[in-house]
Write a protein that binds this ligand. Structure first.
Ligand code: NAP
Length: 256
């Protein structure tokens, strides 16, 4: 039997074929899961329909701006109506205004701070709260984070602070939802060349830095994030919750 056979999952954050969400969705699908996808706004509708459409007619594709409670409520109501339950949720969504990812952190505006935390951290809480009633047989919620949450990575700025909030939220959610056998974990990925990553100034330097300084002397591959996402979704990770798992070619252990 495949690892995720008979599992129903929802994926937030596919923008295009380079998205980390797409790598994990492909791995979940390959492991036997049936999936729903959300996209933000009409700009991405065609992209997501083209990609997710290849998963077959049972795939649900819905619009959702994660800053809108009504959107989140509608998505989970449609998932409930179609599948009756849910086992897996992937949160692969982040945003901060571009100027907040360029200059100095000290200049972060109140509004940029608010937006970054709303989209990139609070949304996990809102999604977990809406998903939980459908996870009647337990479940696994996975969120994407980055090392800039714990160490200063130049230019990552307010996004690092939002990722710290995301990781702390993961721990509190894991505690609240544990009695319902719902696990909540983060994957901390090394840099991957995606649309969101290209918004961080100096991103190509990050790729080179990891290649030069990580123990494995390379960058992480999207399919490796897919494999970890599948593990966390599977019963193999049944006793793992509230954790940040580093999938970064070992970079996180380095002191120099
Ligand atoms: P991506 O393909 O650009 O995915 C980011 C997604 O977030 C996009 O689909 C984006 O949609 C969506 N999003 C932004 N604001 C939203 C909102 N209000 N409502 C709904 N969706 C919204 O980039 P990615 O690199 O795969 O990022 C996925 C996750 O991985 C993020 O949490 C990111 O921080 C994390 N991560 C990335 C790396 C990396 O190096 N790439 C490393 C570690 C962690 P729009 O395009 O419409 O904004």
């Amino acid at each position: 039997m495949s690892l995720l056979e008979n599992k129903i999952g929802i994926v937030f954050g596919v923008a295009n074929k380079r998205s980390i969400a797409w790598a994990i969705a492909q791995a979940w699908k390959k492991a036997g899961a049936t999936l729903a996808f959300t996209y933000q706004g009409d700009r991405l509708k065609e992209n997501v329909e083209e990609l997710a459409g290849t998963f077959g007619p049972e795939t649900l594709i819905l619009p959702c701006d994660v800053t809108k409670d009504d959107d989140i409520a509608r998505v989970f109501s449609e998932v409930g109506a179609k599948f009756g339950r849910l086992d897996l949720a992937l949160h692969s969504v982040a945003f901060a205004p571009k100027d907040a990812l360029e200059g100095e952190f000290v200049n972060t505006s109140r509004e940029a701070f608010r937006v970054a935390h709303d989209v990139s951290a609070y949304s996990l809480v809102a999604i977990a709260r809406a998903a939980a009633p459908l996870m009647t047989q337990g479940g696994s919620i996975v969120a994407m984070t980055y090392y800039g949450s714990e160490k200063v990575v130049p230019h990552y700025n307010v996004m690092g602070v939002a990722k710290a909030a995301l990781e702390a939220s993961t721990r509190y959610l894991a505690y609240d939802l544990g009695p319902k056998r719902i696990r909540v974990n983060c994957i901390s990925a090394g840099p991957v060349n995606t649309l969101a990553a290209r918004g961080i100034s100096g991103f190509s330097e990050m790729l080179k830095h990891y290649e030069a300084h990580s123990p494995l002397k390379r960058n992480v591959l999207p399919e490796e994030l897919g494999a970890t996402g599948t593990f966390l979704a599977s019963d193999g990770a049944a006793a793992i919750t509230g954790q940040v798992i580093y999938v970064d070619a070992g970079y996180q252990i380095m002191g120099m």
